[in-house]
Design a protein around this ligand. Structure first.
Ligand code: GCV
Length: 655
């Protein structure tokens, strides 16, 4: 008997009931990814389904569309690079890819649809973005910056923790949801990681890249801007210095010699104590273009992060407003970046807060390639102790109407989506079993941003817990409500940052208030929030006029973002008729009630979910309850002590 319980390393490839599909496998052509697709089909069928088919029904023909056309005698249209179509053909079933990678993706989609219990008819798909990349913030000592799922999948003790079978399992997850790039090391590149460009470390990188390539995943390397100093012994890292350029050229040539399909470099420069072009009085474009020029002959890209801001601000200075920084630095440079530069822009102007507006820089630059960066790891959104399904936030970004440049998902200059990984070496991969939904959703939405958060949640729940409507409905409901619930008991109305400094878990209303990070709410006895309108810091003016108008105006500003854009009095009446302060009290009491309700739902599913998975989530929900109670009491007391205004309903507030 195969073990049907919750098993390690299977975020969504879970054992299935019933009989395996009965086709006879028939790969055509010699493309390595077609061959891989056939191998994967065989292996997954063998591990996911217990019972073997009794009667053969026909062939499963896998191949690039031109090869498949030869077999069927019909001229198939190309599904495009990485795209695929599958359909029945007489007794046979065909998966035709635009290329070998498309065949691999089509095979995974077919198998996942079968696992979901979907009826299989004609289906075709191609990716919305050519680059769909995971960024690991993994350090070579084995730690993971903002990681909540254990040690690094790749590193330990300043070296590789080289585990080919783990990498294969991981690569399968990536490819099965269409992720085609991965950066395995942290954007904060230390001395040890800077050494990945050379010697023995580079040799081990090559081994990893070789495995990933089998699954059509290309490696990208995060490099330190000042590597020529750190490991090269040069005096400078000035991008216009001939010696510096020569140093990079030699290293790029060596690395491409060994990893010819390297996707390029990811660079965090002039950000949070990292060196960058500003260090040498140069422009961001000078730095990015230096890498671009050197990478160009190899087809490489430079992913240049726009998280450039002053992290040594004086809280007394109200003229500096951190959310303006990315746009102020990069917008004037539009047109100056080489074609193989991709500016990587965080989804919001702050830093992955539970709620923030879409970055005005996204799509604003008409002449520059851009990547949307999202955080799958839950730094500010519950750290994989609290439940927070992120797909709703991402979907909102993709569908944001820029009022001039179209919806974000329609902007052609956005060519990539990058997600900061939430994975680690814990048996569940994500620490919190339900956080697997976030990783899955990243893949699905970066392939097709038109999918809704709800349908992706349902897919994942069915894949993970089987096709029982009671489980599907309840767990999907929990995922879909999780964002609102988290927002209720944490910072109100888009304010953000009321977290404990450093580790960023738990409530601390003034933790960052008198600090240097530019993250202030400036609460006093009457009001709270920063006025970011044209009368205030002028941040709203970075949006296109239509969008700016919506945010500018108290009446039209989406209420969940009210305190992001406006300074508001506690007695201001919200659309509900409640005062701002009463809303804060109410939502904080409700948030805890909502967590209790989730616990009840989860308890009711105990007999329907494999024991270990059920227990994992039950334990996390109880941690979430403690966290929500702490937030409720800290935040309510904070506002009561500031204002002296009691809760209208007389509930317990600690004075
Ligand atoms: C990798 C935030 C996080 C840092 C992270 C940084 C970034 O500030 O707290 O841990 O560093 O963002 O995105 O570069």
């Amino acid at each position: 008997m195969r073990n049907n319980s919750y098993s390690a390393y299977s975020m969504w490839f879970q054992p299935k009931q019933g009989t395996a599909p009965a086709w006879e496998l028939f790969p055509v052509g010699d493309d390595s990814h077609v061959i891989k697709a056939a191998e994967e089909w065989t292996e997954l069928l063998g591990t996911l389904w217990d019972s073997k088919p009794r009667v053969k029904t026909g062939r499963l023909i896998l191949g690039v569309y031109s090869d498949v056309s030869r077999i069927t005698g019909e001229d198939l249209a190309s599904p495009g690079t990485e795209g695929y179509s599958f359909f029945p053909h007489g007794d046979d079933f065909i998966i035709a890819g635009g290329d070998g990678t498309g065949v691999l993706y089509g095979m995974y989609r077919l198998i996942l649809m079968l696992c979901e219990g979907k009826s299989i008819t004609d289906y075709n798909s191609s990716p919305a973005y050519p680059i769909r990349i995971i960024n690991h913030w993994d350090n070579m000592d084995g730690s993971v910056e903002r990681g909540y799922a254990g040690r690094s999948l790749f590193f330990e003790n300043e070296d590789f923790d080289y585990n080919p079978s783990r990498i294969r399992l991981y690569a399968r997850f990536l490819a099965s949801v269409g992720i085609n790039r991965i950066c395995i090391n942290n954007v904060n590149v230390g001395k040890c990681e800077a050494g990945l460009l050379e010697g023995e470390k580079l040799e081990k990188l090559v081994l990893m890249a070789n495995i990933l390539r089998e699954y059509a995943v290309r490696m990208v390397l995060a490099v330190a801007f000042d590597s020529p100093i750190i490991i090269g012994g040069l005096q400078s890292a000035d991008p216009l210095d001939g010696e510096v350029r020569a140093w990079w050229k030699t290293h790029v040539s060596e690395i491409y010699n060994k990893i010819p399909d390297l996707g390029g470099f990811l660079v965090k420069a002039d950000s949070e104590f990292r060196a960058g072009p500003f260090t040498y009085g140069r422009e961001q474009s000078d730095g990015a273009n230096m890498f671009a020029e050197i990478l160009l002959p190899y087809g490489g890209y430079v992913f240049w992060r726009c998280f450039v801001y002053n992290c040594r601000q004086d809280w007394r200075d109200v003229t500096v407003d951190r959310p303006r920084a990315a746009y102020d630095h990069f917008m004037p440079l539009d047109g100056k970046f080489a074609d193989n530069v991709i500016l990587q822009i965080k989804l919001g102007p702050s830093d992955f807060q539970p709620r923030e507006p879409v970055s005005p820089l996204l799509g604003a630059m008409k002449k520059t390639n851009q990547a949307l960066e999202v955080q799958i790891t839950q730094e500010y959104t519950g750290q994989q102790k609290d439940l927070y399904y992120l797909a709703g936030q991402w979907s909102e970004v993709f569908n944001f109407d820029t009022h001039g440049n179209g919806r974000i998902r329609e902007i052609k200059k956005i060519v990539a989506v990058a997600g900061v990984s939430n994975l680690g070496r814990e048996v569940t991969w994500t620490g919190h079993v339900l956080a697997g939904a976030n990783f899955y959703a990243f893949g699905r939405l970066s392939w097709n941003p038109e999918l809704s958060a709800q349908e992706v949640a349902e897919e994942w729940v069915k894949l993970t817990f089987g096709n029982n409507p009671e489980v599907t409905n309840n767990v999907t409901h929990m995922l879909m409500c999780s964002r609102k619930i988290f927002e209720k008991y944490t910072t109100p109305l888009g304010l953000g940052w009321m977290v404990n400094p450093g580790h960023h878990y738990g409530a601390s209303p003034e933790g960052y208030e008198y600090d240097k990070w530019g993250t202030y709410h400036r609460a006093d006895l009457q009001a709270i929030g920063v006025d970011r309108t044209a009368r205030g810091t002028g941040y709203t003016k970075q949006y296109t006029p239509g969008a700016a108008e919506v945010f500018e105006n108290l009446d039209t500003c989406p209420e969940e973002l009210l305190l992001y854009f406006h300074r508001v009095r506690y007695d201001y009446r919200l659309k509900s008729g409640k005062t701002l302060l009463q809303h804060i009290y109410d939502t904080h009491f409700e948030g805890v009630e909502d967590v209790l309700a989730m616990i009840d739902i989860w308890d009711s599913l105990k007999s329907l979910i494999p024991e270990e998975a059920w227990q994992n989530t039950a334990d996390k929900l109880h941690l979430q309850l403690l966290n929500s109670e702490e937030w409720r009491d800290v935040i309510n007391s904070y506002f009561y002590r500031k204002t002296g205004i009691p809760d209208e309903k007389g509930r317990k507030i600690y004075i």
